[in-house]
Design a protein around this ligand. Structure first.
Ligand code: NAP
Length: 299
């Protein structure tokens, strides 16, 4: 057997699982082709993880150090397939290797949902972005827009308002999913909130130069001159590895029990990838600890 446990995904859920597994003396491999930190790397400021107040990538580095301190091994590999042999041993296939393991923890999180409007694909990387903290700096002193009404859209708009000229926040309804704290911060900022509007089209030549909005109550159209559109309309689960093997809900999230066990013995799911009522750093970390504890008790 190569490993006791293979953790797929190195965000807060996967890194916390690795920390707890290491402390239980279990031989643990963490695989992630995108590096360490997951969505933490796209969060500018973290202010709701108790005991920490700072940048997302800083928390990722601390979590990484702690997980490695207890013996976790990290490898940057893309997982192509997981499965179970007849004797119950699991396999994890990557481009380079095929590993054998007693247990697997899936912590692959979720990716940005596309808006599916004209111009989106064409201008991705040329003014259309799904990550304000990654790409915002390119638009210093420019007019930009953010679309979405959740925590990500609000946090992105606040971040961009620090250095962009004008920031428009566009939402399809007039109430928001974002937390009251972020709504208040936006209200007291220079951000221009536009409600009951949807983005119909993204327009430009080499780069984005405007977006066309449609009012959902009057059907009126407006053209906003902006250099960038940051799309923050939710996330889609990265659950391809589980398809055909694990039970998923109607939205593609992996169904687990309270110990993070999936329908396959020895395969767990933690963090944003699983069906859960709250997706935060703290809940992802807690999921990782619960799964690791369950595995340690069974070994
Ligand atoms: P979210 O909470 O699902 O919000 C997505 C937003 O996009 C909603 O307002 C939704 O509108 C809108 N939307 C969806 N599809 C759309 C479309 N086709 N056109 C226009 N608007 C559309 O997603 P999120 O903001 O990415 O957050 C994901 C999870 O991460 C949440 O659990 C959130 O709490 C968490 N998170 C937390 C923090 C924090 O605590 N600081 C920061 C970031 C994210 P409707 O409201 O009309 O459905």
């Amino acid at each position: 057997m190569d490993f006791d446990v293979i953790v797929i995904g190195a965000g807060p859920a996967g890194l916390t699982a690795a920390l707890y597994l290491g402390r239980a003396n279990l031989k643990t491999l963490i695989l992630d082709s995108t590096g360490i930190g997951g969505q933490l790397n796209y969060s500018y400021e973290i202010d709701n993880y108790p005991g920490f107040f700072g940048k997302g990538f800083e928390l990722a580095q601390k979590m990484r150090e702690q997980a490695m301190k207890f013996g976790g091994v990290f490898s940057s590999e893309r997982v192509l397939e997981i499965g179970v042999f007849e004797d119950g041993t699991k396999f994890v296939k990557t481009r380079k290797n095929e590993y054998r393991t007693k247990s697997i923890i899936i912590a692959t999180g979720a990716s940005p949902r596309p808006l599916d409007v004209d111009g989106e694909k064409e201008f991705t990387g040329r003014g259309v972005s799904y990550c304000a903290t990654c790409d915002g700096a390119f638009f210093k002193d420019k007019n930009v827009a953010v679309v979405g009404g959740g925590n990500t859209a609000f946090a992105d708009a606040l971040y961009l308002s620090k250095f962009c000229h004008s920031v428009f926040l566009i939402h399809r309804r007039d109430t928001f999913r974002a937390s009251a704290f972020l709504i208040d911060k936006v209200k007291n900022s220079k951000i221009l909130v536009r409600t009951n509007e949807v983005v119909e089209k993204i327009v430009g030549r080499d780069m984005v130069n405007s977006i066309v909005l449609k009012n959902t109550t009057t059907s009126d159209s407006t053209v906003l001159d902006v250099s960038a559109l940051f799309i923050a309309v939710g996330r889609l689960p990265n659950s391809d590895l589980g398809k055909g093997l694990l039970s998923l809900d109607e939205n593609g999230y992996i169904i687990t029990d309270e110990n993070m066990r999936t329908n396959i013995d020895g395969i767990y799911a933690v963090g944003d990838i699983r069906k859960t009522p709250l997706r935060q750093i703290i809940t992802a970390a807690a999921d990782g600890a619960v799964a690791a504890n369950d595995i340690a008790l069974k070994m």
